[in-house]
Ligand binder design. Structure first.
Ligand code: ASP
Length: 276
């Protein structure tokens, strides 16, 4: 997580855009097998891996996403390519892969993505009555740059033991990802079906825009309301003033932030942030 935060920080410190910062941070997390995105993604009930990712630019509401893909090394780069080099917002499956090849994105061998820890997780999930289980470790980032532009990106392997073809909230704009310079940028993790049904990321932005709520208030309330409906998870969010909110309704959420002073702050549970 520190590596990912440093990657985003370095982009911003060099005068780069929020969009580049979230893309770089999420790509760094995808490269790390500890997280459920890119390398280290969870397995479907059929023992396959299907990845979803999205990115959104708060300047102009441009967005790109991919769903159900397997092969591109960094799904977030595929999402970014959809945003920048296609007429579309969301590409899925084979068509998305063909597009990634056209764009000359890097692909990796199947064994690159597979980890024994995730295989074990699937075995355990299937033993537990074959029910779908949460696949912790979806990754996301939000950023505000020196020009006040906001961006968000999210990437995931989804949920362990999911039905092949299932798509969660991560590639759905307004559910798992949203960015709007006038309000805030949000990236979500958790039980995707709930975040989709409640349009969670957009709901937070809507409360800033229409109800005059602070980011802190809106993000906390939405995450608490989801909990009341049985939706477990959390978000990372930043608003147009640079205020942050990282609420979650689970026991913990691996999270961190870095500001212009460059110090990296990380936390997992409810403990004080570790700084350095
Ligand atoms: N939100 C992701 C999904 O439902 C999973 C997660 O965040 O753990 O696909």
């Amino acid at each position: 997580m520190r590596r990912a935060l440093a990657a985003g920080r370095d982009v911003l410190a060099a005068g780069g855009s929020a969009l580049d910062a979230v893309t770089r941070a999420v790509a760094a997390l995808e490269d790390d097998p500890l997280f459920n995105a890119g390398r280290g993604s969870v397995f479907t009930a059929a023992g396959t891996q299907e990845m979803d990712a999205s990115v959104m630019d708060g300047r102009d509401h441009r967005a790109g996403a991919v769903a159900g893909i397997f092969g591109p090394r960094n799904p977030v780069l595929a999402a970014r390519a959809v945003m920048e080099h296609s007429q579309h917002v969301l590409l899925i499956g084979e068509g998305a892969l063909a597009f990634c090849r056209e764009q000359r994105l890097a692909f990796a061998e199947p064994c690159y993505f597979s980890t024994e820890a995730r295989r074990q997780e699937l075995r355990e999930a299937l033993e537990k009555r074959g029910r779908e289980a949460a696949g912790a470790g979806t990754v996301g980032a939000v950023a505000s740059d020196s020009e006040g532009n906001l961006a968000a990106a999210t990437s995931t392997g989804g949920t362990t033991g999911k039905t092949p073809g299932r798509v969660g909230d991560s590639p759905i704009i307004g559910a798992g990802t949203y960015a709007d310079n006038a309000t805030c940028a949000v990236s979500a993790t958790g039980h995707g079906e709930f975040f989709m049904r409640y349009c969670a990321a957009f709901e937070i932005a809507a409360r800033l825009r229409h109800a005059g709520q602070s980011l802190q208030q809106a993000a906390h309330e939405v995450v608490e309301e989801l909990a009341a409906f049985g939706g477990r998870g959390g978000v990372v969010a930043v608003d147009r003033t640079g205020a942050l909110a990282l609420p979650f309704n689970t026991a913990g959420m691996y999270r961190g932030y870095v500001r212009a002073d460059a110090a990296i702050h990380t936390a997992i549970w409810d403990e004080p942030y570790l700084s350095g």
